[in-house]
Design a protein around this ligand. Structure first.
Ligand SMILES: Nc1ncnc2c1ncn2[C@@H]1O[C@H](COP(=O)(O)OP(=O)(O)O)[C@@H](O)[C@H]1O
Ligand SMILES: [Mg+2]
Length: 462
């Protein structure tokens, strides 16, 4: 069976940037010796956990670790998700990093195990070496003949190297591509023969005096030597999941854009695994184990956990990172209570890293970083007040107030957010503690649900 890995443009589009509450995180902020720097790459404090994360990453990058798992355990808003994203940023674009929230597994229109399998296969990269044939040379002449109606075009492209000159016939598609790239005589171009993609390399030195045909940023290059048609080796990385989807007959590659991939047949996966093994033997492909991050992992149920146990033993397993803010909690789908809401046999496999509540100084610095990220100015007094709010409520609540307070400051037509704005948003928006207090005061007028008293599962913040 023919297994395709898709075209390179397709692969570029399916990788997306994440923005939002963690957009200030650009890495783990470690130096070469893996020592955490005080305030670097958007990261503050939480030194031990960052260092542990850095060590694990080092092993991933050296390809020494696969089929392992680690767990970030700590109270809410202590940077578990932030550190995982920092790890993703450090990995580089070549190593796949997949992030899912455990509850996603239940909401997709597929079985839980299929959703997890897809997440696993998304996190395994296959680095493929391919030879493609390209045409490279300096354009001597482009000649285009239009039919009387202008609907069809034919043409000829004359292209040369220092050693030879060839004329190619052009079809409609190539003519459009050439005019889109604004290719002129004197440009040095490459054409990928399989995809027809045209790349302008620069302008030939020989034409450096045609001042009418260039802008300020024109790059001059020498006219290429040797054959016009060359073979070139290109290396790219695709995930196993992408290969699955591209080759699944019912879905096709368009499903990658829609994100709606449906279930993939196990037989297809088997064929692909066999093919990948063949490629590895032939030296055509390398496996790049990536990272799968499962946030709020206590939301998985016992069936998922047993699947994880099994999947981690697979030869093609990524590093699995989990995060949980539970202390002793019931394992979903059972009546058993267990640390972090994870069954003990899974806990036994994982390296546990705990995250601690932040100090006041750390919080002040994180607030500062977020203000810079959101382009908000605080007066020094406001910064102090917001920090003390973070201490008495939570860091996340304080970070949420930044943009709200800015709306008020703008309404007052002032540059910087002041204490007065913070005080007002503090009244408008309640934090968790005040909301609970309010609920208690409202006993009777709101609708309450009866429940057995067993709700001390969340890790204590103090
Ligand atoms: N060490 C840190 N440095 C900078 N920002 C942080 C750090 N830890 C947490 N944050 C920010 O604080 C907020 C809450 O952290 P988050 O990682 O979501 O907490 P958790 O996942 O542990 O509940 C996020 O906006 C996050 O980016
Ligand atoms: Mg989180």
């Amino acid at each position: 069976m023919q297994i395709s890995t898709g075209s390179s443009e397709l692969r570029d589009i399916t990788k997306m940037e994440r923005i939002g509450v963690h957009s200030h995180i650009h890495g783990l902020g470690l130096d070469e010796r893996l020592e955490p720097r005080g305030n670097a790459e958007g990261m503050v404090g939480q030194a031990k956990a960052r260092k542990a994360a850095g060590m694990i990453l080092k092993m991933v990058q050296e390809g020494r670790i696969a089929g392992r798992a680690m767990l970030f355990a700590g109270p809410p808003s202590t940077g578990k998700t932030a550190i995982a994203l920092g790890m993703a940023q450090t990995l580089g674009s070549d190593v796949p990093f997949t992030m899912i929230a455990a509850s996603e597994v239940f909401s997709l229109s597929m079985s839980k195990t299929e959703a997890l399998t897809q997440a696993f296969r998304r996190s395994i990269g296959i680095r493929i070496k391919e030879e493609t044939e390209i045409v490279e040379g300096e354009v001597v002449e482009i000649q285009i003949d239009r039919s009387a109606t202008g609907a069809t075009k034919t043409g000829k492209l004359t292209i040369k190297t220092t050693d030879m000159e060839t004329i190619y016939d052009l079809g409609n598609k190539m003519i459009d591509a050439l005019s889109k790239e604004k290719v002129l005589a004197g440009d040095v171009i490459t054409i990928d023969k399989s995809s027809g993609k045209i790349t302008k390399v620069g302008r030939s030195f020989a034409r450096s005096r045609d001042y009418d045909a260039m802008g300020a940023d024109t790059r001059f290059v020498a006219c290429p030597e040797g054959e016009i048609q060359k073979r070139k080796e290109v290396v790219h990385t695709v995930s196993l999941h992408e290969i699955d989807v591209i080759n699944s007959r019912t879905q096709g590659f368009l499903a990658l854009f829609a994100g709606d991939t449906g279930e993939i047949k196990p037989e297809l996966r088997q064929q692909i695994d066999v093919k990948v093994a063949e490629w590895r033997e032939e030296g055509k492909a390398e496996v790049v184990p990536g990272v799968l991050f499962i946030d709020e992992v206590h939301m998985l149920d016992i069936e998922c956990f047993s699947f994880l146990n099994r999947a981690l033993e697979n030869e093609l397993a990524p590093l699995v990172i989990m995060a949980s803010n539970r202390g002793m909690a019931r394992i979903r789908g059972t009546t058993i209570r267990s640390p972090h809401g994870l069954p003990v046999d899974l806990l036994d496999r994982v390296l546990i890293v705990s995250t601690k509540p932040y100090t006041e100084d750390d919080m002040r610095q994180i607030i500062e970083i977020r203000c810079r990220e959101e382009d908000v100015k605080l007066t020094p007094e406001a910064a102090t007040v917001l920090t003390s709010m973070a201490v008495s409520t939570t860091l996340r609540y304080a970070l949420n107030l930044i943009s709200c307070a800015q709306v008020l400051a703008r309404k007052r037509k002032v540059e910087s957010v002041d204490v007065e704005d913070l005080r007002r948003v503090y009244i408008y928006f309640q934090d968790e503690k005040r909301s609970v207090q309010w609920l208690k005061e409202q006993q009777g007028s709101l609708v309450f649900e009866e429940m057995r008293p067993e709700n001390s599962e969340l890790m204590d913040t103090r």
